[in-house]
Design a protein around this ligand. Structure first.
Ligand code: ATP
Length: 405
């Protein structure tokens, strides 16, 4: 079962076994100058064990650990050849993650076919296989939007900035969808600011001594998408469960099959979170999740309930309405759902219309055609966004124009 606050997606059940033996030549290499360190075993999860300052093959020097995910660790490295900092994802030496990394490389190369990707998605600079670890070299980016929220003790971003993030996010997703790719794991952790620079401004939350808190704001609003390890090709068979729980679309939970719209749902959830500071659907259980969706957005469309898979029918009474609150596992669960406000109350009105449109488009598209391509609605959303952007810019003398402040 997923832990209640876990933000990590439960990965699909892969079939691979552990890693094979390391290439014999590597064992003999001794750490000296620009050479590789002595061979050492991976940790029990298959992660590469390293010390800071060591080499990752002769070209890259390891400077720090930038992040960790299900697939592996991301290390900040110095590229001796280009003389620039890079972020290298060192994938766990387990067959299933190695295989998934090769798919990620495939997707990244596909994305890189068009120049447009440079400003929308993280750029891949290359990859190599080192001591049975696939290493993917990326341009180094700044912190994720989640890192920023956390650093600010979950104080929300200003609405002007959220709108700017939303516009870029929709552009990136539209670009992926044009290439018939579905990200499937959009979340604030997978959206990185391009720059780490920030400014401090007075925040809204005060502490117990009534002292004013400060909050950090990025100097530039430019963002890029990362983590294409779960990206699916539209025309390939899809696994039944995708997305990290909080950002998972209703059609996935109901077993209706999923396609491009599941990314759009995640975008809606992300925008609300950036405006409110907290994940919209903080749950780890399907029925509670559906009840939360109904609380925020109104009843699930009848056509979706009708087609729910046999295993999802148990969430409904006589196949017609959600078995809620009768089916709740605890009073606490009922309270958690009740505590949620309608979308209108949750987010400023300027974002409300956009999010409402996004989340409802997900429903509408299912009504029309489950594999409907999302280009048309996305262009429409972008139009709405730029229209509201202009209006608001006039009114409030917005500082987030041109992606920098
Ligand atoms: N290009 C980059 N520049 C800076 N930091 C990065 C970069 N790529 C990844 N990171 C950091 O490393 C973390 C893990 O990266 P990523 O999400 O790609 O790994 P993962 O193993 O696929 O994660 P998940 O378990 O979410 O699938 C990110 O959340 C981010 O903090």
């Amino acid at each position: 079962m997923e832990s209640s606050r876990s933000r990590k997606r439960a990965r699909q059940d892969w079939d691979g076994a552990g890693a094979g033996a390391p290439p014999p030549t590597e064992r003999a290499v001794v750490a000296r100058g620009g050479a590789s360190p002595l061979w050492r075993d991976d940790d029990r999860d298959g992660h590469y064990v390293f010390d800071l300052g060591e080499n990752l093959n002769r070209r890259y020097k390891i400077l720090s650990k930038m992040g960790e995910g299900t697939f592996g660790r991301v290390l900040e490295c110095w590229d001796r050849e280009t003389r620039e900092y890079v972020a290298i994802k060192v994938v766990r030496s387990i067959r299933k993650y190695r295989d998934a990394a090769m798919i990620e490389i495939d997707v990244l190369n596909r994305l890189a076919e068009n120049e447009r990707y440079r400003s929308l998605c993280v750029q891949i600079q290359g990859w190599f296989d080192y001591r049975n670890h696939i290493c993917i070299v990326f341009e180094k980016l700044g912190p994720s939007l989640y890192d920023f929220l956390k650093r600010n003790r979950y104080q929300p971003f200003p609405v002007e900035l959220v709108r700017e993030f939303g516009r870029q996010l929709l552009e990136s997703v539209a670009y992926m969808h044009e290439l018939r790719l579905i990200h499937t794991d959009l979340k604030p952790e997978n959206i990185l600011l391009v720059s780490s620079e920030y400014i401090k401004v007075p925040g809204s939350k005060k502490n117990s001594q009534d002292e004013m808190h400060f909050k950090c704001l990025p100097k530039s609003s430019a963002i890029k998408l990362i983590d294409f390890g779960s990206t699916a090709f539209d025309n390939q068979e899809h696994s039944s469960i995708v997305s990290t729980r909080h950002y998972r679309a209703p059609e996935i939970i109901l077993g209706l099959g999923w396609s491009f719209p599941c990314d759009i749902w995640s975008v809606g959830c992300i925008l609300v979170e950036l405006c409110s500071g907290e994940a919209l659907f903080q749950t780890h259980e399907n029925l509670e999740h559906l009840a939360m969706m109904e609380r925020v957005l109104g009843p699930l469309p009848e056509h979706m309930i009708r087609k729910a898979s046999s295993s999802a029918q148990k969430y409904f009474r006589r196949g017609a309405r959600l078995n809620w609150p009768e089916g709740a596992v605890s009073r606490e669960s009922i309270r958690a759902v009740k505590k949620l406000d309608r979308l209108k109350v949750l987010v400023p009105s300027i974002i409300f219309f956009l999010v409402m449109l996004i989340l409802n488009l997900n429903y509408i598209s299912r009504l029309q055609n489950k594999n409907m391509h999302f280009l048309v609605p996305q262009s429409y959303l972008l139009l709405v966004l730029s229209a509201t952007s202009k209006r608001n810019t006039k009114h409030r003398n917005v500082k987030f124009k041109n992606r920098s402040i």
